[in-house]
Write a protein of this length. Structure first.
Length: 86
């Protein structure tokens, strides 16, 4: 049995800005839940240090997801493999 990669990639073709906004919305919810758990545990000595680290995490996550979303149409299976190793 052979897997038709072109047919499989057709499921990932509808890329537009609204899909990216939905992706960022879901990621924001998960990251805020994670931030809430971290702040309740009290791992950071000051609120300023917490927000500094949290903003770096948010910027990095949005940047990687945006780049991944833009390159997703080239080869979706290769990108999923690379990002899962990341």
């Amino acid at each position: 049995m052979q897997i038709n990669i072109y047919r499989l990639q057709a499921f990932f073709m509808p890329y537009d800005f609204m899909h990216l906004l939905r992706l960022w919305g879901v990621m924001t919810c998960f990251l805020l839940i994670f931030a809430l758990m971290v702040i309740v545990m009290g791992l950071y000595p000051s609120a300023r240090q917490f927000w500094k680290i949290q903003s770096a995490i948010l910027v990095g996550t949005y940047l990687v997801s945006g780049i991944g979303f833009l390159f997703f149409h080239l080869n979706a299976l290769l990108l999923i493999g690379i990002l899962s190793a990341y």
